[in-house]
Ligand binder design. Structure first.
Ligand SMILES: [Zn+2]
Length: 142
């Protein structure tokens, strides 16, 4: 019996067809398609690989601006809700990617939203460990 988690792991990008996953795992096409819909992974299209999207295009296509300057993520997420970007079998959290795009540097440690919008991916609403420690120093006045 193939679980949805196993299918989700095999189905990690739009570059993988339902049929190839079904064949690899020995399950039904329909089961794979259900998981794909659930994860919001676009339908595989033959030949689209050549024109593969960049992470920036994927980010833009999967975010919706909401009141307060927040960015709502409509793309794939980890089971705990963390937004993830999938591109050519590589997965990165949207937090890390948006942080890098906003700050122009690699984040240190964990990147988390600072606002109260659930799973907000607005670059300016994210902080890494260095920023968190700096903010706490200021807050405590130490
Ligand atoms: Zn926000």
């Amino acid at each position: 019996m193939i679980t949805k988690e196993e299918i989700a792991r095999a189905l990690d990008s739009a570059d993988v067809s339902n049929l190839s996953v079904a064949r690899r795992l020995g399950c039904r096409w329909r089961e794979v398609d259900e998981v794909r819909q659930g994860l919001n992974i676009p339908t595989y299209q033959r030949g689209r690989r050549a024109a593969a999207a960049t992470l920036e295009e994927l980010f833009t296509a999967q975010t919706v601006a909401v009141d307060g300057g927040h960015l709502h993520w409509i793309g794939a997420t980890h089971p705990r809700g963390t937004p993830v970007l999938n591109l050519r079998n590589q997965t990165t959290t949207v937090y890390r990617w948006a942080f890098r795009a906003e700050q122009g540097r690699e984040p240190q440690g964990k990147v988390q939203p600072t606002c109260n919008y659930p799973f907000c991916v607005a670059g300016g609403h994210l902080e890494d460990r260095a920023m968190r420690e700096e903010r706490r120093r200021k807050e405590t006045g130490a």
